[in-house]
Design a protein around this ligand. Structure first.
Ligand code: DLL
Length: 433
């Protein structure tokens, strides 16, 4: 079996509870002592760190939301002094500002540990060549996978995303055995291979570790067939640590959560109540070893369910099932988190169009496309073409710098975007996963 840390991955549930209890108590004390936001929220609920005596008391603690990170932007929820923070990453917030996360040296080690478990679970080891084609930079995918791969002892090839021809030639020349990228990019690679006449049998590729966006079983089958590999689902989010919050083993029946670092709960997104095992709801995480940005009951907005039954692989860790959707309107386009409200604030800041818009997301040649239809005002409608082209260009530029991805901008006639009587429909997602 391909364990990296058998002690924790296969620990009895009783022992795991003990580890979790001890670490949870430490974390609650840490945030109460160091983060005014948590102290205030716990005081409001009338809870002191001493009231948390075991993991069973987790449910009494207040939730943490993405909005809390925004309200305390950039470093307000950090529980370690800045001179102990060795790295920051950031992802999209609901409007202009990013959600910033920080890591101490120890957090970076925890991250490498959970990622090494992930890769080992996907059959990688010291002899593997791991191509990391997640983006390097503020996004956690690239560097998270990179450090985990090195910690595992694999030979890491840090290609980052894009430059597909180079990716393929390095794969051939270096003998890449494992690739880490988004599932949609994996399909794109398959297509380019076909175009260039590269047969999967000519490559040494055995497995891919794919995540950062939702994907279905049928997409898995297609990737596995076209690349002739085994495709593993990996889940994570920057706030909790990045990639490595959960990953499949060789049985591909749910993603194991390293529960000695992250405690999962499934709650009813409306009432906040904890739901029984197996029920679908919002997955919430509490980190119990992080120092830089420990999070208590963080509302991921992702819908999933938990399975506590032992797995055939021998791991005793709880498994989370594939994410089936979100409770908010966040879209993931080419691996980038996009909120329709970000588009709205760009349009409002430019101010020359009507505040009516529609996002049309599609997938062409296995790559996500985004078209933004923006309604122009009647005054503009009668204006000269050059003026319209200028506005279109301005919107395109602003959208690209705010969202971090390019979009096609289409100006449409006044009143042509359908008005709604209830909740506005701002997105048409035509992608079939
Ligand atoms: O996407 C971290 C990551 C990198 C995970 C590489 C896996 C691989 P964020 O940019 O903060 O972090 O986006 C987090 O992406 O809340 C989910 O909605 C979605 N997501 C991530 N992995 C999966 C997955 C990274 N396997 C958000 N299936 C999360 C479905 C996923 N959705």
């Amino acid at each position: 079996m391909s364990y990296w840390n058998e002690k924790y991955e296969c620990m009895s549930r009783d022992e795991m509870r003990k580890v979790q209890t001890e670490r949870l108590i430490k974390t609650v004390n840490r945030v109460y002592d160091n983060v005014p936001h948590y102290r205030k929220k716990m005081d409001e609920k009338g809870i002191l760190p001493g009231d948390i005596k075991s993991v069973d008391d987790l449910k009494h603690l207040p939730f943490t939301y993405k909005q809390d990170l925004r309200d305390t932007y950039p470093f307000g929820l950090f529980a370690a002094p800045m001179n102990e923070i060795v790295r920051v990453h950031a992802s999209s917030g609901t409007t202009g500002k990013k959600t910033v996360v920080g890591y101490t040296k120890n957090d970076i080690e925890v991250w490498a540990e959970v990622m090494a478990r992930t890769f080992a679970g996907a059959g990688a080891g010291k002899d593997s060549f791991l191509q990391v084609s997640y983006g390097y930079g503020l996004f956690t995918g690239g560097l998270g996978a990179h450090y985990g791969g090195e910690y595992l002892g694999a030979t890491v090839i840090p290609t980052s995303s894009g430059n597909t021809k180079l990716q393929l030639s390095l794969m051939q020349d270096f003998g890449t055995t494992h690739i880490a990228c988004t599932p949609s990019y994996a399909l794109y690679l398959a297509e380019e291979m076909q175009e260039l006449g590269i047969k999967p049998e000519e490559l040494k590729l055995k497995a891919g570790i794919f995540g950062a966006e939702p994907w279905s079983e049928s997409m898995r089958k297609e990737i596995e067939q076209r690349l002739n590999i085994k495709a593993f689902d990996i889940y994570g989010l920057s706030e909790v640590i990045g990639p490595g919050v959960a990953c499949e083993c060789e049985y591909q029946c749910g993603m194991h959560i390293p529960e000695d670092h992250f405690i999962p709960e499934i709650i009813d997104p409306e009432t906040g109540e904890v739901l029984p095992e197996g029920t679908q709801g919002e997955i919430v995480f509490t980190t119990i070893t992080k120092e830089g940005l420990p999070l208590i009951r963080y509302r991921t907005r992702d819908l999933s369910s938990l399975n506590y039954a032992p797995c055939k692989c021998g791991r005793t860790e709880t498994r989370m099932n594939k994410v089936t959707g979100r409770t908010d309107d966040m879209l993931i386009i080419r691996g980038v988190n996009v909120f329709p409200s970000q588009v709205e604030s760009v349009l409002l800041s430019i101010g020359e169009t009507a505040p009516h818009y529609m996002l049309i997301v599609d997938r062409k040649d296995n790559l996500d496309t985004l078209e933004i239809q923006v309604e122009i005002t009647p005054q503009l409608f009668s204006d000269e073409v050059k003026k319209l082209e200028d506005i279109e260009r301005k919107i395109r530029k602003e959208i690209e710098s705010t969202l971090g991805i390019s979009a096609k901008i289409k100006l449409v006639e006044p009143k042509s975007i359908q008005r709604s009587e209830g909740k506005a429909k701002r997105v048409i997602d035509k992608r079939v996963l």
